[in-house]
Write a protein that binds this ligand. Structure first.
Ligand SMILES: Cc1cc2nc3c(=O)[nH]c(=O)nc-3n(C[C@H](O)[C@H](O)[C@H](O)COP(=O)(O)OP(=O)(O)OC[C@H]3O[C@@H](n4cnc5c(N)ncnc54)[C@H](O)[C@@H]3O)c2cc1C
Length: 363
């Protein structure tokens, strides 16, 4: 079978893949993006919270081009959020100012994909990457030849596995659903036995909320769906639609995230804030860095390793502090409600606000 030929084959039309595709196509490269789902972003497997540009800039000051990258149209902003409330196992709460908004991840991802297509990328849905065969990449719709392969295919990245790049280790499970009702404009995180090693959340939208739980399987004694059921019953949510989930990388940055003619980005590269599970802004920042490096490689003969160097500068410092903080929390704070309660009391608002923003809480 004759192969489709392209400069850049991007696997996965999530925020990482669509951002790579958009910025690679804008440089005049021939870009094909394949997505195994038939509808982009469906079903939603995300809490759907986006921090404001100022919050992202504060966490990742080295990342460039934020205004353009995060210029999200207002219809995609479902509810402005002013604060994050951390709730201890005994119900004590700490309100920390934090700006952001909730979105609809299906429409959000569709918007990013349409930006990639407008920039000139070709999008193929219902098309799954399967394997590498020599210099060809086999997909469910036939072989594709590409100069650069991008694994933007999530934490279980098949691209990483096929090309020998490392995968994020021990990602933790998390599930989400939509709840109906009126909720305060505050993102609420519940800690303790409700979701050991992570948290239960309420992320308000207009006329409802995204609700969910994540947990560390090593600290858990029941299934994710059982944690979710108990959380939903305890809060009295009126749920609509189905519960769905996936895994969240929490290991911190991994390396290498590039090889000969290949790189990984977003969840596939472990670019998630381990302390809060947020990965969409990083998928987009990393996607742009990947596209810049691919352009440099294909148009000016620069090494693809410049991508990894750029990630080290822009993303790694805060991702490392977040991963360390998460490890400390797993070791000392999680595992028993009493310890969680005590640690949150001892940390206090200021240190917990630092942790939320991927800063080390001490001194
Ligand atoms: C329950 C939950 C709640 C979360 N809440 C938040 C939140 O509120 N805010 C936040 O910032 N982050 C959140 N995250 C993390 C966030 O969802 C991810 O970090 C983000 O989606 C990463 O984007 P990505 O493009 O790297 O990967 P993804 O969004 O996972 O996109 C990967 C795409 O690749 C496709 N794909 C996979 N394999 C193949 C293949 N073989 N061939 C073709 N296509 C393939 C998939 O279908 C998918 O569309 C949450 C995660 C979970 C699980």
């Amino acid at each position: 079978m004759s192969a489709l030929k392209t400069d850049v084959l991007v696997v996965g039309a999530g925020p990482a893949g669509s951002t790579v595709a958009r910025y690679a196509a804008l440089q005049g490269l021939d870009v094909t993006i394949i997505e195994r789902r038939s509808r982009i972003g469906v079903p939603v497997r995300c809490g759907e919270f986006m921090p404001s540009i100022d919050e992202v800039r504060g966490m990742f000051p080295e990342a460039a081009g934020m205004e353009e990258l995060f210029d999200i149209p207002s219809p995609l902003r479902r509810r402005e959020i002013e604060a994050i409330r951390l709730v201890t196992p005994k119900g004590r709460s700490y309100d920390l100012p934090f700006q952001g908004y909730s979105t609809d991840r299906d429409r959000f991802d569709q918007h990013l994909a349409s930006q990639a297509v407008s920039a000139g990328a070709e999008l193929m849905t219902s098309c799954a990457f399967q394997r590498r065969e020599g210099d060809r990449f086999m997909t469910s719709q036939g072989p594709i030849e590409a100069k650069v392969l991008v694994g933007a295919d999530g934490p279980g990245s098949r691209v990483a596995r096929e090309t020998g790049l490392p995968l994020p280790k021990d990602p933790y499970p998390a599930v989400t659903a939509q709840a109906e009702g009126d909720f305060e404009p505050v993102l609420v995180m519940f800690f303790g036995g409700i979701a050991p090693g992570a948290y239960g959340w309420i992320i308000p939208k207009d006329g409802g909320a995204n609700v969910g739980v994540g947990h560390n399987p090593r600290l858990a004694d029941r299934s994710t769906s059982e944690y979710f059921r108990r959380f939903a019953e305890g809060q009295g949510f009126s749920l609509e639609g189905r519960v769905s989930g996936k895994h969240v990388p929490a290991q911190g940055p991994i390396s290498p995230i590039h090889g000969e003619g290949v790189l990984t980005v977003g969840d596939a590269a472990g670019h998630v804030m381990a302390v809060n599970g947020g990965g969409v802004p990083l998928a987009m920042i990393g996607g742009r860095l990947a596209a810049d490096a691919i352009g440099g490689h294909l148009l000016r003969g620069e090494p693809l390793s410049l991508y990894e160097d750029a990630c080290r500068r822009a993303l790694f410092p805060r991702l490392r502090s977040a991963a360390w903080t998460k490890l400390l929390a797993d070791t000392f704070a999680f595992g028993s409600d009493l310890r969680t309660e005590w640690c949150m009391l001892a940390l206090g608002r200021r240190r917990m606000a630092k942790m939320l923003r991927c800063r080390f809480p001490f001194p």
